[in-house]
Structure formats: structure tokens, C-alpha cells
Design a protein around this ligand. Structure first.
Ligand code: HSC
Length: 731
């Protein structure tokens, strides 16, 4: 809805649709009604459009997309047109965010004023669509093609100050000012002035002559940064029309582009991702607790044990969240290096204006290096971030148990190990949990929080709340080897090596993954993170080639297929990018170059094992990499380790850089169709047999396909649980 009032001859129309003033159908109807009323009221001389509550409208109502209501008139474009055509000056008064359709209606206004801390932008591309209410045609006319291409194809949010410097915002209202009062004064002053050039559809694009070179520049950039995504490319093509065609023709091109994108599976996947991102914070442990009833503990001081790569990143996350952060590292050299890194990073953030001087000095003061466990006696929560060894972690937990106050939560940043086993050496298993950060911890958006068997509701609520304070996509999962992410990902990695054994080379596999939309292939990622990391984890589990007793078949561990190629690579000193050689070689840059030495290693291996290499198609490569991971995803859901398919998808998008336009592995399976996915898995299972149990079709996937075909992803859990809870169910 909207509210209407007339103050001092100025009509004020305030959108009132909490929480974000989205432009839902009922809002659009009432906006147009009040605009007409203001237009026809002779006592009104000008019109102010604003948002009630938290913000100016943040765009179309995303829940309406792909539903018939989105097509019901009036459209947002009808409102934009009415504002622009108005004979009385129209002023957008922006506080909070003016995004998407919200900014488009502001662009329809003759003037825009904004609070200094407000943000503006056209982020539709992140939903796999484009600004569909004239934004692709009006924005370049104000801020120029180059800037408009940048804003629209990447979908960033920009400060009011930047908007003002580009001519988009006519006045910035300082902090503490009342935007509504300022807008009314501004509106009064605008009465009687010519509106011709204030109607953006009347003016031309300033840098139109550079259209071809700008197009080439931005196309090159988006195809690198948003590989495989359709929306950025369509956005650029449609913006190009603003420079070459009339406004009306440009609008037609926008309409066509929007239809193409709305019909694509990518926009559905990205809209799913938008809601999934918000859904994961509404966590629940069925029958125990949930986000609504559990109360988090107040955490003022955090301890971080270990100042390696992970510990440093975690400490930065804690400092950014405003916590007093004690960092424990007993090795003096490692402590000096770690603290130097953290302080250096704080300084970089300050120089990049991500934090101001005051925040920088607060963070520096809040960082407290300690060199013995007693230094952690006052913290409310500890995150242990040492090497992945159960023996070492247990020793640390025993020490923490002794020194930390009884109310403190003890968390581990383990990426694979059993949280309950760590909890068992303490007297407070209800206060133990996992907080699995992804490297680099201060950059990656994901936090995979693990609830132990005995973790209390307060402990769970506290680690979830801390993730939120760190502004991470925080997903709650159950305890098992590798939890959700690494448990599933293990099969993706294993299959990639099996593909090498059978006939592929690293670049061939990586190229398929790049085409799918990953920014880097599996072998490039292996080189970037270091081949020594996986090796040390396999060594800890007694799996590496060198640890096997004489006579152990090279390609088996117990009764399971195993590829020792990764071990051979490590043993040759090919530790990845840092050694300038890994799966690829690197000659003075980070560009991976296929290396004949690696090829020879693979060829020799095949010869030794009498493997006749065969051509492996891109389709088979993709299925072999992704489907076992999806199959395991269904096992994870069946066991309740993940509560919902979107929890898994968010873990992969934010922890493993899974391309957003596919929605994540589970949503991708749904897009392809579960029956098709199951068919491939069943065929592979027949070929591979018991030594590759990751191809054994999941019970849940099989049941869903047999009984429902390809049910809506939102219904998977409900359908399956209903059946599973029946007394005669054999699931
Ligand atoms: C036929 C087609 C016609 C085409 C016309 C095209 C028009 C136009 O070009 C298209 C658009 O505008 S596309 C839109 C372009 N605009 C965008 O993409 C902006 C999308 N929004 C955002 O990016 C963030 O919400 C903000 C940064 C605004 C605030 O962040 P924050 O403070 O962390 O808050 P938060 O936690 O994020 O949200 C709180 C609650 O509000 C909910 N909700 C929010 N926006 C919604 C919406 N537009 N809608 C519905 N709901 C929306 C959100 O789900 C959540 O609900 P929950 O039930 O409580 O979970």
C-alpha cells in the first residue's frame, strides 16, 4: 500500500509495504491511484515520492516473479512513465536503499535527493534478470554508458555520494537530516522550473559515440567474472540500445531481453538463491530447538587458537564483528608473523576505506596476542584453528577445559573431524560445537556450523548468531566426517582423478568445469590451495601411497577404488602455485600451463596399470564430477545432516564458488530433472560396482523419482519425511 498526504501544497506519497517496501501489485495500484489524485488536485504544486519505515522501495516484489501477478497492471514502468510525464515536479526522497525497480521509479522522477548513508543500484543481474522498468535506458542517459554498464552488469550498490558525483542524485542530505522535510522544501523550490531536460527519456546518452569500444571492454570483463551467466551479457546488449536507438526502441529491446531472461532456468536458479540465502538463517533442529526460541549467549571476547592461515583469517572476522580477540600461538615466530599479517590487513581495510580511522584503531586495540592457555581465561568462546589432527585437537580441548570459564563455548574449526569425539574429552559437551570457516576465512562468505550430539540450544544459537555478526552465510549442519561440504566434495575430487586415470588430462577436465560456470577448474583450485593440504589429510587417515604395506594394490584402499595420482604429484614436490608447479606449471604468472611432466606421470601410470586411455566426452566429464556429489547430497538430507536442499546449495555457492546461475548442486539436479540424474547414477553404479560406493543410488533420490518423478525442490523433504515416518516404511 501507499500513504497519501498533502503538506504545504506538496503531495507526499509514501510507499508502505514492510519490511522493504517492495513494489508488489497492491503497492503499484495504490501508487498510480495517488499519483493521479495529486496530478488532478489543483491545490498540489509538486509531488514527493518516498518510503515509509526502513527504506525507499528496494525493487519489484521478487516473490511475484514467475507468477501471473507480476504481469498484472499497473506495471512499475507505468508508474515510472506517470512520474516522468507529470506536469508537476516529482521528487524522489531516498533513505535506506533505492534498488532495482525502486531506483527505476526514482529515475522516473524529475529530481532525486538522498540521505548520505543511503545506497542506490540496479542489482537485477544478481537475480538473473535485467532492470525491466526503463532502467537500462534511463541510467546511461544520466551517468553515461560506461558507468551504467558497470552498475547494471555487476549489480553493485553505490553510495549516495557516488550517485551525486555522477549526476544521479541532485542533493545529498547529511546524517541526522529529515529526508521528508528536505524533499518538501526541495519540491517547493522546483515549482515553475522547466521540466524538459529533467525528463530523462528526452535526453541523449553522453558517451554514446564510444559504444562499440565500451561494449567490447565490458563484454570481456563479464565473460571472465561471471562465466556462463546469461544476464550480464543480455544487460550489456540492451544498454547498448540506449546509445544506438530511440528511447522507445530501447524500451522494446529491454522488454525482449527481460522475456528472454525470465524464461531462462538461470533466473529461476538465481531467484531461488536469493531466498535460499535468507532461508538458511531460519535454522531448526527438529524436536530440539530453532532460531525463534533459542537465545544466544552474549559474546564479548573470543579466543583463537593457532595463527596459521585459518587462525589469522578467523581472528580478522572476529575483530570485524567487534569482538575482543585473544590470539594464542606458542611459536614466537608464528605469532609475530600472524599478528603482523592481521595488523597489516586492518591497515589495508583502512586504506581501502572499508573501515575508518576510529574502527581501525578499535580493531588494533581489540587484538590481544597471548602465548599461553591462561591468556584465554576470560573469553566467552574459543575457536581452535590448528592442524587437522584429532590427537592434537583433543589435547587442546583438554587444556581449554581447564583454563576457560565454565560458561565459555569451545568450538573447533575442523574441516572433517568428529566434533563429538572432541567434546568427549571435556566436561562441557553441551558447550562444544564446530565452526568450519573456509579459506581465506576473512574473504569467503561461508560459515558451516556443526552441532554436536550434545550441543545445547544456547550453544547452537550463539554460533549461528556469531556467524550473522560476521556477516557470513551461516549454515547449521550435523556431525559426520567432512560434514556437508567436504563430505560431498570428496567425490567430486575423487572422480576428477579417476577421469585422469581413464583418459583425460587436467586441462580437459578443468575446461568442462569452466564452461559450466566455475571460475576455476578442480585442478587449478588444487594448485591454488596447495596439493600438500589434501596430502596431509590423506596421510592423517593413513591413505597415502607411501603408508601402505608392501603388496597393497596401488589403486585400492581396502575394498575401495583409490587413485594415487594426487600422492605422486605431491611426492614430486609439485605443491601447486606456491611451488610454481602442481597439476600445471606457472611461468612468472598465475596462468596455468599444461606441463608435459604431468602428462608423462599420468601416461606412465596408465601404462603400468594396462589402462587403455579412451576419449571422455565433456558430458560424461560433467556428470562424473557432479552427479556423485548430488547423490551424496541426498544421503546427507536423508540422514538429517543438512536440513534442506538449499542449505547444501548455499554451502556450495559460498564455500566452493559454485556458479550461482545454476543454483547449486541440488537445484541443478532439479533443473535437469531427478529421473535423468538417477538414470545416469544407476548406469554408472552398474559399471563401477561396490568399489565405488559413491555411485550407489541414494535411497531418498530413488524414492522421490519412483513416487513423484521430479517434485518441486521445496517439497523434497516434506514428501520423503512423511513417507519415512509411516510405520510400514522401509526407508
Ligand atoms: C514481468 C516482470 C516485470 C518486470 C519489472 C522489473 C522491475 C525491476 O527492474 C526488477 C526488480 O526490481 S528486481 C528486485 C531488485 N532489488 C533487489 O534485488 C534488492 C533485493 N533486496 C536486497 O538486496 C536486500 O533485502 C536489502 C539490501 C535491500 C536489505 O538487506 P537486509 O537488511 O539484509 O534484509 P533482508 O534480510 O535481505 O530482507 C528482509 C526481508 O525482505 C525480503 N525482501 C527484500 N527485498 C525484497 C524484494 N525485492 N521482494 C520481496 N522480498 C524482499 C527478504 O526476502 C526478507 O524476507 P524474510 O521473510 O524476512 O526473510
Amino acid at each position: 500500500m501507499a500513504k497519501y498526504s498533502v503538506e504545504n501544497e506538496v503531495a507526499v506519497i509514501a510507499v508502505d509495504n514492510p519490511p522493504m517496501n517492495a513494489l508488489s501489485h497492491h503497492v503499484r495500484k495504490s501508487l498510480l491511484k495517488y499519483l493521479k489524485e495529486a496530478e488532478s488536485d489543483e491545490k498540489v504544486t509538486s509531488i514527493v515520492l518516498c518510503g515509509d519505515g526502513r527504506t525507499f522501495p528496494v525493487g519489484a516484489d521478487i516473490k511475484e516473479f514467475h507468477k501471473s501477478v507480476s504481469k498484472l497492471g499497473p506495471t512499475i514502468l507505468d508508474i515510472v512513465d506517470a512520474l516522468e510525464k507529470s506536469k508537476k515536479p516529482t521528487i524522489a526522497a531516498i533513505h535506506g536503499n533505492a534498488l532495482g525497480g525502486g531506483l527505476e521509479i526514482a529515475l522516473g522522477c524529475h529530481y532525486r535527493i538522498a540521505m548520505t548513508n543511503s545506497k542506490v543500484g540496479l542489482p537485477e543481474v544478481k537475480l538473473g534478470i535485467l532492470p525491466g522498468a526503463g532502467g537500462t535506458q534511463r541510467l546511461p542517459r544520466v551517468i553515461g554508458l560506461d558507468n551504467a554498464m558497470q552498475w547494471i552488469a555487476y549489480g553493485g550498490h553505490h553510495s549516495a555520494g557516488i550517485g551525486a558525483s555522477l549526476g544521479l542524485i541532485d542533493r545529498v542530505v547529511p546524517q541526522g537530516g529529515n529526508i521528508r522535510e528536505h524533499a518538501i522544501l526541495f519540491a517547493k523550490a522546483a515549482v515553475g522550473k522547466s521540466l524538459g531536460q529533467r525528463r530523462l527519456s528526452n535526453i541523449s546518452v553522453p558517451d554514446a559515440a564510444k559504444v562499440e569500444s565500451l561494449m567490447a571492454k565490458h563484454l570481456k570483463e563479464v565473460s571472465k567474472k561471471s562465466r556462463g551467466a546469461l544476464a550480464p551479457i543480455v544487460c550489456l546488449q540492451v544498454i547498448k540500445s540506449s546509445a544506438l536507438l530511440s528511447y522507445q526502441e530501447g524500451l522494446e529491446s529491454e522488454r525482449q531481453g527481460m522475456f528472454t531472461l525470465l524464461a531462462s532456468s538461470q533466473s529461476r536458479a538465481q531467484i531461488y538463491s536469493f531466498f535460499a540465502e535468507r532461508q538458511v538463517s531460519k535454522w531448526s533442529v527438529p524436536g530440539v530447538t530453532n532460531y525463534q526460541n533459542a537465545v544466544p549467549m552474549k559474546v564479548k571476547a573470543v579466543g583463537v587458537v593457532g595463527l596459521g592461515t585459518m587462525g589469522r583469517g578467523i581472528a580478522i572476522c572476529c575483530l570485524r564483528a567487534g569482538k575482543i580477540t585473544y590470539v594464542l600461538e606458542m611459536n614466537t615466530k608464528a605469532q609475530t608473523a600472524g599478528v603482523k599479517y592481521i595488523r597489516g590487513y586492518i591497515e589495508t581495510m583502512r586504506k581501502r576505506k572499508q573501515i575508518n580511522d576510529q574502527q581501525s584503531s578499535m580493531m588494533n586495540n581489540a587484538l590481544i596476542p597471548v602465548d599461553n592457555y591462561n591468556g584465554l581465561k576470560n573469553v566467552d568462546l574459543v575457536i581452535e584453528a590448528v592442524f587437522e589432527s584429532m590427537k592434537i585437537k583433543k589435547e587442546i580441548f583438554k587444556k581449554l577445559e581447564k583454563v576457560c570459564k565454565p560458561s565459555a563455548i569451545l568450538a573447533s574449526n575442523t574441516s572433517t573431524l568428529n566434533i563429538d569425539e572432541m567434546a568427549s574429552v571435556t566436561k562441557r559437551p553441551q558447550k562444544v560445537a564446530g565452526m568450519h570457516f573456509f579459506a581465506p576465512a576473512h574473504i569467503m562468505m561461508l560459515l558451516e556450523n556443526i552441532r554436536g550430539e550434545k550441543s545445547s540450544p544456547e550453544t547452537i544459537a550463539t554460533i549461528m548468531d556469531l556467524g550473522k555478526q560476521m556477516r557470513k552465510t551461516t549454515v547449521l549442519v550435523g556431525n559426520c566426517h567432512g560434514f556437508v561440504g567436504n563430505r560431498m566434495f570428496a567425490y567430486y575430487t575423487a572422480e576428477s582423478s579417476f577421469l585422469l586415470e581413464e583418459g583425460a588430462y587436467p586441462k580437459q577436465v578443468d575446461d568442462v568445469l569452466l564452461d559450466y560456470g566455475f571460475a576455476m577448474g578442480r585442478f587449478q583450485v588444487g594448485d591454488l590451495s596447495g596439493t600438500d593440504i589434501g596430502y596431509k589429510i590423506r596421510r592423517e587417515r593413513g591413505l597415502t601411497h607411501k603408508q601402505q604395506p608392501a603388496g597393497t594394490p596401488e589403486r585400492k584402499r581396502g575394498d575401495r577404488r583409490y587413485s594415487p595420482l594426487d600422492d605422486f604429484l605431491y611426492e614430486k614436490g609439485r605443491y601447486g602455485l606456491k611451488a610454481r608447479k602442481g597439476w600445471y606449471k606457472y611461468e612468472g604468472s598465475r596462468t596455468p600451463i599444461p606441463d608435459p611432466e604431468v602428462r608423462k606421470m599420468i601416461d606412465d601410470f596408465r601404462k603400468r596399470h594396462n589402462i587403455n586411455p579412451r576419449h571422455i566426452s565433456p558430458e560424461e566429464t560433467l556428470q562424473r564430477m557432479i552427479f556423485p556429489l548430488v547423490n551424496e547430497g541426498f544421503n546427507v538430507l536423508d540422514e538429517g545432516i543438512a536440513a534442506n536442499p538449499w542449505d547444501i546449495d548455499m554451502i556450495f555457492q559460498h564455500g566452493y564458488a559454485w556458479p550461482r546461475h545454476t543454483g547449486g548442486p541440488m537445484y541443478y539436479a532439479y533443473t535437469i530433472g531427478l529421473p535423468q540424474v538417477l538414470k545416469v547414477i544407476e548406469e554408472r553404479w552398474k559399471l563401477a560396482g561396490a568399489s565405488e560406493p559413491h555411485w550407489k543410488p541414494s535411497k531418498m533420490l530413488t524414492w522421490l523419482v519412483e513416487h513423484h518423478g521430479n517434485p518441486d525442490i521445496n517439497d523434497w523433504i516434506k514428501l520423503y519425511k512423511e513417507r519415512k515416518s509411516q510405520p510400514n516404511s522401509n526407508l
